[in-house]
Design a protein around this ligand. Structure first.
Ligand SMILES: [Zn+2]
Ligand SMILES: [Zn+2]
Length: 158
């Protein structure tokens, strides 16, 4: 499978809007879960963004009132079934992104970039995380690799 970047995914969404919405519904159906309005809209909001969003940013992009707890529960649920992944940068910054729809097995185990100026997090799935040989007795559970720096938006604005 071609490892595509978030922009590629976004282009597909823009060009073939209804087809991708179909496949989200199909994907949810495959996972044995209902395609509720909130779930579909949440995936749509995340897909329309060029970068992963924090919950407060999702709330800002929601065109009507959305209950915080409901949104949080849905984010947690979609993460648990592998439709989206979350990136925990710190206690205060958690961002979410849709997994590559062509590859339902895709996990969050790729490089993430965190901008220290604007706190945006960017997925870089073209860079997977190496397998590290750990000393005896150490068992890895999940792998995170985050590069701190300044993003292209901050670098061009100013
Ligand atoms: Zn930035
Ligand atoms: Zn990611």
């Amino acid at each position: 499978m071609q490892h595509c970047c978030i922009y590629y995914k976004r282009c597909i969404f823009v060009n073939l809007n209804s087809r991708i919405l179909m496949s989200i519904e199909e994907l949810l159906k495959l996972k044995g879960v209902r395609s509720t309005g909130i779930r579909l809209k949440l995936i749509q909001v995340l897909m329309n963004s060029e970068y992963p969003l924090q919950q407060k940013e999702i709330e800002e992009r929601w065109d009507e009132h959305i209950d915080r707890v409901t949104l949080y529960r849905n984010l947690k649920f979609l993460t648990s079934i592998g439709i989206i992944h979350k990136i925990e940068v710190s206690e205060f910054i958690t961002s979410y992104n849709v997994n590559n729809l062509d590859d339902a097995e895709e996990s969050s185990e790729h490089l993430h970039f965190h901008c220290v100026d604007c706190d945006k997090v960017i997925c870089m799935p073209q860079h997977t995380i190496d397998e590290y040989k750990l000393p005896e007795g150490f068992m890895p559970a999940n792998k995170k690799l985050i590069i701190d720096g300044t993003c292209k938006w901050c670098n061009t604005n100013g």
